[in-house]
Design a protein around this ligand. Structure first.
Ligand code: 5GP
Length: 153
């Protein structure tokens, strides 16, 4: 599969663009999906004015294109989400299965309203995020995945 590399700068601009869209929705809580959703989730929680950040970890991929049937929650969300307006944040919606599992969990914990924000989506996903910036059929390499960290202009 072809790869596309995103820079920190591109990702940060994308996060600010998600923040602009989320300002109208006025979430009470951000649920960041580990690992890929954590950096955007932390950044959004600051940009949107220190809103509460919760974390969930869902394991699915073992390697590029090699994955188990369904993702499993390995770190559950702490506490409940009763009557909260929640935004679920991840790096990319690919098959959409991770997001489906997290959406179900957030509903089960009592959220009043749920939106999904991702940096990117694949055209074949079963869960099109309410807010996203990039749409590609390539494998995306995020800047935090490269080692040593490379800055591309
Ligand atoms: P899904 O459940 O939507 O198939 O996959 C979700 C997770 O798989 C994402 O949160 C991400 O961690 C990983 N993933 C899927 N596609 C890509 C990609 O193109 N690049 C990277 N870096 N991770 C991906």
């Amino acid at each position: 599969m072809d790869k596309v590399y995103l820079t920190w700068w591109q990702v940060d601009r994308a996060i600010f663009s998600l923040a602009d869209k989320l300002r109208e929705y006025k979430p009470d809580v951000i649920v960041g999906i580990a690992r890929g959703g954590l950096i955007p989730a932390v950044r959004l929680s600051h940009i949107l004015g220190d809103i509460e950040l919760k974390i969930i970890d869902v394991k699915f991929y073992t390697d590029i294109n090699e994955h188990a049937e369904m993702p499993k929650i390995t770190i559950p969300i702490y506490g409940d989400l009763k009557d909260k307006r929640v935004v679920i944040v991840d790096d990319v919606s690919d098959t959409g299965k991770t997001l489906q599992v997290v959406i179900n969990e957030v509903k089960r914990l009592g959220a009043k309203e749920i939106k999904v924000a991702c940096l990117a989506m694949k055209p074949w996903t079963s869960v099109v995020p309410d807010f996203y910036v990039f749409r590609t059929d390539k494998w995306i390499v995020f800047p935090w995945e490269e080692f040593p960290v490379v800055v591309r202009e």
